[in-house]
Structures are given as C-alpha cells and as structure tokens.
Design a protein around this ligand. Structure first.
Ligand SMILES: NC(=O)c1ccc[n+]([C@@H]2O[C@H](COP(=O)([O-])OP(=O)(O)OC[C@H]3O[C@@H](n4cnc5c(N)ncnc54)[C@H](OP(=O)(O)O)[C@@H]3O)[C@@H](O)[C@H]2O)c1
Length: 255
C-alpha cells in the first residue's frame, strides 16, 4: 500500500518520541541500518545519550504540545537535511482510567499529547512532504484504539482518533506520492506499561516492536500491527455484534 523501502542508507528519518521505549529502539535500529535519524522528545539527556555514538544522529529536544517548538525543530531539520524521507510520531502518554476515576485534568492532558501533539507534528511536516511529493509519515496509535477496552477510558479514544486520522491521511496523501503508516502495537514492555497491574497478553520487548515496525516500513504496509497473535484477535473481536463483543471482553478480562 506504500512504496517498499529497500535500503535505509542515508534515509532521513525524524522520530518524535525517541527518548525511551519503542521510539528509542526504533531510532537505534535505524541508525545501525545506516539511516540519518533526528531524535525528539522532552528528555534532552536521554536523547543525547542515544545519539552520541552516531555521527548521523541529530538531537532536537521538544515538547509535542508546544506547536512553536515542533515547527522550529522541523525548520531546523529542513535546513540541515534539505528534505525528509520519514516522520515517525511515536510520542504518547498512557493512563489507566475507568468511569469511577474519571479525571478531567488527566483526560485533557492525554488529549494534549496524544492528539494535539500529533496535529502539531502534522502542521510542521505536511507542507514539506506535500511539496516533495515523496516521503512518508508514520503515527503510533494502539490496539486500544480499535474498540472500547476496560481501563482505557481516555487513552482508547485518543488512539481511536489516530486510527481514523491515519485512514484519512492515507486517502489524501497516497495519490500525491506520500506514504502513510498506521502503527498499532499490542502490549510492549516499556515505562508506559511498567505499572500495569494486570496480565498483559502477548507482551513483547521494545526491541521486537521496533523490528516489526521497520519490517512494516520495508514491506510498504499501511497497517503495521503486532504481535499478530494478539492484534488479529482484537481486530476480529471488533467485528462482533456489540452484545457478543462486551460478553467476550468481560469473559477475557473479568471487567
Ligand atoms: N507500550 C505499549 O504497550 C504500547 C502499546 C500500544 C501503543 N503504544 C504507544 O507507543 C508510543 C510509545 O510508547 P512507549 O510504550 O514506548 O512508552 P514510553 O517509553 O513512555 O515512550 C513515550 C515517548 O513519548 C515521549 N513523549 C511523551 N510526552 C511527550 C511530549 N509532551 N513531548 C514530546 N515527547 C513526549 C517520551 O519522551 P519524553 O518523556 O522525554 O518527552 C517518550 O520518548 C506511545 O504513543 C504509546 O501510546 C505503547
């Protein structure tokens, strides 16, 4: 559904949300494969530590909720690289919330990072991608966005919005030469999931997650989801009539 990527040598990749977890692993693996990688997030020292061994790495600290900071980083990169091949928006925050612990402040904070943060990244990079008529954008959503799940009262809707966003982006960008990748991980062992107090089925490492993402890019997939033994189960569940879907989720999670 997207052009295949046969070589990462000198590919210009901007990873936003690269200071830890999936984004940091993705940056490392792409640098090892020969790509030029710009790494962004708020934690500057983590970014610097990651980038230090690689001449091809660029450190661009920013907060995705600050549109000016994202735009300034995009401008700097455009000047330095004269273009971009792939923008990966990985930045996101997870929160466990149910109806009886609803917290408006937390809900708005999640929307600010997971949704408005992504819009800030789009605003800063879409004009360049459209002007180039090549290069792509990848957005990390989650299988929690596929359908309503327990404990994901606000996280789930922010990720559902990103799935819809990627679908619309694909419709708008594919015919103009730009690639769009929707990335839906299942459970990945990172700081985001470290405090989960429930068994996480098919949990994988950030290293494996990054490998799956790179394979998806190389194959030209639109929907990059993993591990399939878990994500395909959820994709099937969302097709069930609601009465069956809710019974199944209750049976599996006890919630
Ligand atoms: N782990 C999972 O099971 C799982 C499953 C599905 C989807 N995901 C998604 O995968 C993505 C990466 O998560 P992860 O599991 O790797 O967790 P993580 O280790 O906590 O990584 C989150 C990344 O987002 C960055 N970030 C957060 N807020 C930011 C902000 N305001 N501005 C800039 N960067 C910000 C963090 O950097 P700073 O704190 O330095 O800013 C960090 O680099 C998230 O979008 C998450 O929702 C994770």
């Amino acid at each position: 559904m997207n052009p295949k990527i046969n070589s990462w040598k000198n590919k210009r990749v901007w990873i936003i949300g690269a200071s830890s977890g999936i984004g940091a692993e993705l940056a490392l693996q792409l640098l090892v494969l020969g790509a030029r990688v710009a790494v962004s997030a708020r934690n500057q020292s983590a970014l610097t530590k990651l980038a230090q061994p690689f001449d091809a790495a660029v450190v661009l600290p920013l907060d995705v909720t600050n549109a000016d900071q994202v735009q300034a980083a995009a401008d700097q990169l455009k000047q330095q690289w004269q273009g971009i091949d792939l923008v990966c928006v990985v930045a996101g925050v997870y929160n466990e919330m149910r109806a009886d612990t609803f917290n408006l402040e937390v809900a708005n904070a999640l929307i600010d990072v997971n949704l408005r943060g992504v819009f800030n990244c789009l605003a800063a990079t879409l004009p360049t991608l459209l002007e180039q008529k090549n290069g792509g954008i990848a957005i990390v959503s989650s299988v929690a966005g596929l359908s309503g799940l327990p404990k994901a009262l606000i996280y789930g809707p922010t990720k559902a919005a990103l799935i819809n966003l990627c679908e619309s982006l694909y419709i708008d960008l594919h015919s103009r030469g730009n690639a769009v990748y929707l990335i839906n991980p299942g459970f990945v062992a990172t700081s985001a999931t470290a405090n989960n107090d429930f068994a996480m089925p098919a949990l994988i490492s950030a290293e494996i997650a990054a490998k799956k993402i790179i394979l998806g890019f190389e194959q030209g997939d639109f929907h990059i989801h993993f591990p399939k033994r878990f994500t395909n189960w959820l994709r099937l569940a969302r097709l069930l009539p609601y009465a069956w879907y809710f019974k199944l989720i209750h049976k599996v999670t006890g919630l």
